[in-house]
Design a protein. Structure first.
Length: 106
């Protein structure tokens, strides 16, 4: 490969790396909302899978349904995390031109 080709390839790699970093920052600032129990539990997580907010309908809170409430929270949080994974995958495929990267790479 002539030197000009190598230089061009390095510039393309640097550009792709900068785009991926920008996309990671963009993803980190996005939020995903999920709910369970017909909206009795609502959670918001950010693109880094940090729980940002948790809202529980007061009517869902009682000692009688404590276990059910705990399950609803777990379901809502796990669904939100799954949606973050899907969002990250979709956004990164835009940057990589559809190349599937190993999970956790970004």
């Amino acid at each position: 490969m002539p030197n000009g080709g190598m230089s061009k390839m390095m510039k393309q790699l640097q550009k792709a790396q900068a785009e991926m970093s920008r996309k990671q920052e963009e993803i980190a600032s996005k939020t995903i909302e999920s709910s369970s129990g017909g909206g009795a539990v609502r959670v918001v997580v950010d693109g880094q899978k940090n729980l940002v907010s948790l809202d529980i309908d007061p009517e869902a809170i009682s000692e009688d349904n404590r276990e059910m409430l705990q399950d609803m929270i777990i379901v809502a949080v796990n669904e939100a995390f799954q949606r973050v994974d899907e969002m990250v995958s979709s956004e990164m495929q835009k940057v990589t031109g559809g190349i599937d990267l190993p999970p956790g790479m970004f």
